[in-house]
Design a protein around this ligand. Sequence first.
Ligand code: NAD
Length: 267
Amino acid sequence: MAGSLQGKTAVITGSTRGIGLGFARALAAQGCAIMLNGFGDTAAIEEIRAGLAAAFSVPVFHNDADMREPEAIVAMIADADDKLGKVDILINNAGIQHREPVETFPLEKWDEMLAVNLSAPFHAIRAVLPQMKARDWGRIINTASTNALVGTPELVCYTATKHAILGMTKVVALETIETGVTCNAICPGTVRTAMSEHRIDAFAKKRGVSKEAALDDYIARKQPYHQPMGRFITIEEIAAAAVYLCSDAGAAVRGAAFTVDGGWTAR
Ligand code: NAD
């Protein structure tokens, strides 16, 4: 059966693991050709690329552009044009995090996080918009966070970049409001990926128990505010939101902060 994104193409930044790889899998399952991006072991990335292509019978490529480098981002879009023929969907997903109080927050971490979490989406959007407008169809999704809507101590730069990307999302949505191009943000709650896993490790270590033994306690401690449902959000739940936003049914969703956070920001 043909998927809802048959014939479409997508560039997904930071898609060699975690939520980004979940986006790639879900879009490929709908028939979308994919340009992966992100770091990792070359052989492991090739295994992911070939595995997706074989599982879903779609073209899948990988571009190793570093999201800290504007020229590399523009070149990645050109590479996608070359290999996929066009870019219909852009998911700005690559993101980094560093926890530290404001007064000791390392300046180089501040600059790096601004580059990856905020400037990279700007450069990528700027590079793809002309072709999306010319075809009068496009989908731009920015992976934000619950930290786009609320603040978290020790996440000063992460919270600032995620709030800022909502502003960028709204402006791009308004500048394309009379076209078939949409721009939205997805705001996930806590998902178990490399980004969050180390916090669970630290939590278990502090208690001197195994990770599995610490998990229930970790979730319980985060209730009722951070995990009101009493569980993590799954990668599949986040990816399903992207499939909806990319579908024709999502055409009227413009400039939204689409929360998939188990109620974290509902309070
Ligand atoms: P992750 O660390 O598992 O994956 C990050 C991906 O980005 C990897 O593929 C990595 O190689 C890539 N990346 C990092 N720096 C890069 C750079 N300079 N250039 C190119 N690629 C780079 O993280 P994740 O949890 O999957 O996070 C993905 C997105 O979701 C991020 O924007 C993050 O802020 C957001 N998010 C995550 C959570 C969570 O709980 N995990 C919650 C809300 C939002």
